[in-house]
Design a protein around this ligand. Sequence first.
Ligand SMILES: [Zn+2]
Ligand SMILES: [Zn+2]
Length: 356
Amino acid sequence: MYEPNRPLEIQDLHQESPRQGEVRISMEAAGICASDHHATTGRMKMPLPVVLGHEGSGTVVEVGPGVSRVKLGDRCILSFMSLCGYCRQCRSGTGLCETHALTRNMLFDGTVRLHREDIEIQQMGKIGVFAESVVVPQEACYPFKDELSPQAAALIGCCVTTGAGAVINSSVASAGMTVAVFGCGGVGLSVIQGARLMNASRIIAVDVYSHKLEFSYKFGATDVVNSRETDPVEAIVELTGGGVDMAFDSFGGSITTAAAFNSVRKGGTAVVIGLSNPGESPPIDLYQMAVSQKSLVGSFYGSANPHETFSKLARFCSRDVLDVDSLITRTYSLDEVNDGLEALERGEDGRGVILF
Ligand SMILES: [Zn+2]
Ligand SMILES: [Zn+2]
């Protein structure tokens, strides 16, 4: 990506060998996520040029000096946050590593491994998986032995962890709870599956597309509300006799976050997962927030150490209680990446994945 609002360019780049603590991964699958789309429209700002893609899986094919966490031939889920393990955030168990944030789309030493002539090219989330091969920090790699398809492993790298993790890692989620999920894309459908894993008694899916709502039943939705036809807050309050225990905004926007907040019961919790425009804020009645003792919290990348969440979700897949493969409705070659981004924009069901 050289600039926003233009198709991504498919080019051959010069890729350096892995340096200290880095490995080269031959990519097997890469999911196309709303955050990639937000980058292409300029809604999510990042230094350019950059290779997009932050949800992928592949195999270790070259190991740099000082690598101890993975070995040649390991199949890995890649994490778009590489956790240093030593900063305050890492020590407290979040996935919000401060050391990663310092260099963000560059490697940990603050340099890049990709060049086109003398232009330096960054990698989204230190991985940039819309590429046949990537050089990444060993901290990005979660080697797995579970029986996962390459595409399921890729989706655990972002959408499934972001969605299901927000539920299973929540300290307020409990068996029998009632849940509303705003937005039924890859992340929203993963929230629905996370709620099913937590034995939620009622899971209400909300979207503006009837076909997406129909698709959401497959993943555990018990009720659906088309917010283009019906006021979702009124419908949810009516269905549950006062509001849900937890509501999740997987879309990320002032309207959907306010609706999620207004659809929880007194003492309930609304969780913001989707990324809105920076600076955007929801119209929320703070008086009501206090007197109804509601919580509004954020969740990023499953609210925990991503590798911990990957390991739980991979186990759930092996036990067939989490269905990641059915989220994938379209596959592409790398050359078709722009078609995949357009399908996402049109609101097509499920996830599109690039297979290498
Ligand atoms: Zn993503
Ligand atoms: Zn850290």
